[in-house]
Design a protein around this ligand. Sequence first.
Ligand code: GRF
Length: 188
Amino acid sequence: MAHSLIIFASGRGSNARAIIDYFKNNGKAKVSLIISNNSGAGVLEIAKANGIPTLVVQPKAMGQEEFLNILAAHQPSLIILAGFLKKIPAQVIARFPDKIINIHPALLPRHGGKGMYGHHVHQAVLTAGEQESGITIHYVNEKYDEGNVILQAYCPVRAGDNADLLAERIHTLEHFYFPRAIEFLLKG
Ligand code: GRF
């Protein structure tokens, strides 16, 4: 049977789309639920267009038994944070040990932590004068961006870059590597 994946996302959902498309093509997994804290998130439209159930959740409900039971009912092989901006409560981490992964659009441990998301990250990379940036796919623990690293991929920071240009280069890396890292973990 195909592995079940749950995706958490707050924004436009281009990574969610890359994951959905990748596994639609190879059949090894299926995104069975998409969760967002934001009822206006683009990712919910992507879910709808693909016939994937969605759930909009209030951050304070995420630690409750009812929510944990909804997640458990999907028997997820992995819970994937793809641009999810709220903290995952300890109760969720305890219920799904070693099953929750995140993608960060920089090379952790640099440029991570609370408040470091989206353009804030790319701007910090540029301000620091880094020669390279990239992505980090990692396990999620109780601290923002500090779980064990699964995969890092690099790209150059080019002269004349701004946060938009860097974001675009990083998204290309994310869309290639995130589905493949997930597939690798499913085999393990
Ligand atoms: C990605 O850059 C990801 O690394 C970060 O949030 C962004 C989400 O983009 N955590 P999208 O919603 O998948 O397009």
